[in-house]
Design a protein around this ligand. Structure first.
Ligand SMILES: [Zn+2]
Ligand SMILES: [Zn+2]
Ligand SMILES: [Zn+2]
Length: 123
């Protein structure tokens, strides 16, 4: 197998192991564990192609692009008080489906509020 093909396979397999959202750096460090020769530029190029081919879904998270292999949603919660960020997984899309008559591929929601910890402290 050609090196480029082997490298591509390896990146694909690494992505398949991610259950949730990941960014380019995380993927790069994960790939580097077994292949030190794969540079970050290769990772970015690979991700861009995968998104163009519809194999990956891209989201914006804190001005950074994050990805997922499945159409898991990006539900981003930021606490206004402590700035903690949490990602929530929404399984039911009923509320969106009634608004969008076509088909939903993936979506992202940005929620701002007060986290549980901060809420307790201000009581
Ligand atoms: Zn998508
Ligand atoms: Zn996020
Ligand atoms: Zn908080």
């Amino acid at each position: 197998m050609a090196r480029v093909t082997r490298q591509k396979r390896h990146i694909e397999q690494t992505i398949a192991n991610f259950r949730f959202l990941f960014d380019a750096e995380t993927l790069h460090s994960e790939v580097s564990k077994s292949d030190k020769r794969t540079g970050i530029a290769t990772i970015y190029r690979f991700l861009k192609n995968m998104v163009a081919e519809g194999k990956l879904h891209a989201y914006q998270c804190n001005r950074q692009t994050i990805y997922s292999a499945s159409t898991v949603s990006h539900c981003h919660f930021t606490c206004e008080n402590c700035k903690e960020v949490r990602h929530i997984q929404l399984k039911k899309l009923d509320f969106l489906q009634s608004e969008i008559k076509g088909g939903i591929c993936h979506f992202q929601i940005d929620v701002t509020g007060i986290c549980e910890k901060c809420k307790k402290e201000t009581k």
